[in-house]
Design a binder for this molecule. Structure first.
Ligand SMILES: *Cc1c(COP(=O)(O)O)cnc(C)c1O
Length: 370
């Protein structure tokens, strides 16, 4: 199989990777330059691998302008392990236990709902806003939220991957803001200094499954309880530069290549953001101009630039759309198993031509079936 066999892949995750990145990995697969072996075959305590993990960190810092007082970690366990590690480190923290006994969560969709329920297994959670009654179509407005000034932290998700609901501006909070940016990190510039901790599993917009990027303010490391097992302990992980044990070395290598691509081929996050805005507008315009044939999920102001969920007039048509799209070279357009419908994930690596092809398919499908 070759490049010509590849379809446009709208998977929500693991998701499309930039073609130049896949080619570079293929080129270097048998032998990493200077290493005498594949990146899969060398110790993480070697110069070539140290150059990769340090290079990946330098790229992340450059892309997001990460201030010096933040640490960049490459961890395992996906976003779901962060759902647990965040309260284990920041809520159970010994120094805080007495006076900051709960954390504030905004529940704006499936992933924050899950994050809050995992955190409840560790400590007390205050849900300061829940979008359930409105069907998770939007984020809260600042005046709707009453943050607790004595919370251990305030938790949000920048982009709800399943519902396709994204913040345009982040709330300002009296306590450190923790953000799950799994599905929109690197999709646009963000000011890291607004956050105490921002994290993302890699398999949407950063690389392959197996590595999770955590950017944490060094002050928060002081909260990690001394009796927390090492591999769950942010402070110990930061001290060991993410190498308490063998890191997911191939995944970190891929993150290095993806961030090289963002910096050098795309030209940074301003440019990436402009491209993403234009790509998303192609699909939302098709939805808005369909006379109700296609119905989007999110309220207009909160529409995601990364995940575009929509429905057709019937479930039969949803199914036919997916089947016909596949034949037209457009794959993985089904919605999440929990909500159904359709969803086009158009992460950084989805080329504009892929989005144009989907838009043209939508217009054509409506003509034939509308
Ligand atoms: C995919 C996703 C998750 C879950 O990621 P895992 O790495 O599978 O645990 C959590 N949050 C968001 C926003 C996601 O998009």
């Amino acid at each position: 199989m070759s490049e010509a066999d590849r379809l446009y892949n709208f998977s929500a995750g693991p998701a499309v990777l930039p073609l130049p990145v896949l080619k570079k990995a293929q080129e270097e697969f048998l032998c990493l330059p200077g290493a005498g072996a594949s990146v899969l075959e060398i110790s993480h305590r070697t110069k070539p691998f140290e150059a990769i993990i340090e290079g990946a960190e330098a790229n992340v810092r450059k892309l997001l302008n990460v201030p010096n007082e933040y640490r960049v970690l490459f961890l395992q366990g996906g976003a779901l392990l962060q759902f647990a590690m965040i309260p284990m480190n920041l809520l159970q923290g010994t120094e805080l236990a007495s006076n900051r006994s709960a954390a504030d969560y905004i529940v704006s969709g499936s992933w924050t709902k899950k994050a809050a329920s995992e955190a409840k297994m560790v400590g007390n959670v205050h849900t300061v806003w829940d979008g359930k009654d409105g069907g998770y179509k939007r984020k809260p407005k600042p005046e709707e939220i009453r943050w607790n000034a004595d919370a251990a932290y305030s938790y949000i998700c920048s982009n709800e991957t399943i519902e396709g609901v994204q913040y345009q501006e982040f709330p300002s909070t009296p306590t450190p803001l923790v953000c799950d940016a799994s599905s929109d990190i690197f999709s646009r510039p963000v000011d890291i200094s607004q956050f105490g901790l921002l994290y993302a599993c890699a398999q949407k917009n950063v690389g392959p499954a197996g590595v999770t990027l955590v950017i944490i303010h060094e002050d928060l490391l002081e909260r990690s309880p001394a009796n927390l097992p090492s591999l769950l302990n942010y402070k110990k992980l930061a001290e060991a530069k993410s190498m308490l044990n063998t890191p997911p070395s191939f995944a970190v290598y891929m993150v290095k290549l993806v961030t090289d691509w963002l910096l050098h081929d795309i030209g940074g996050l301003e440019k990436m953001g402009a491209i993403n805005k234009e790509k998303a507008a192609l699909l939302y315009d098709a939805i808005d101009n369909s006379g109700g044939f296609y119905k989007g999920h999110a309220d207009r102001e909160y529409r995601s630039m990364m995940n575009v969920p929509f429905r057709l007039p019937s479930e039969e048509l949803d199914k036919k759309f997916q089947d016909d799209a596949k034949l037209a070279g457009l794959m993985t357009l089904g919605g999440h198993r929990s909500v159904g419908g359709l969803r086009a994930s158009i992460y950084n690596a989805m080329p504009r031509e892929g989005v144009v092809a989907l838009r043209d398919f939508m217009v054509d499908f409506m003509k034939k079936n509308g």
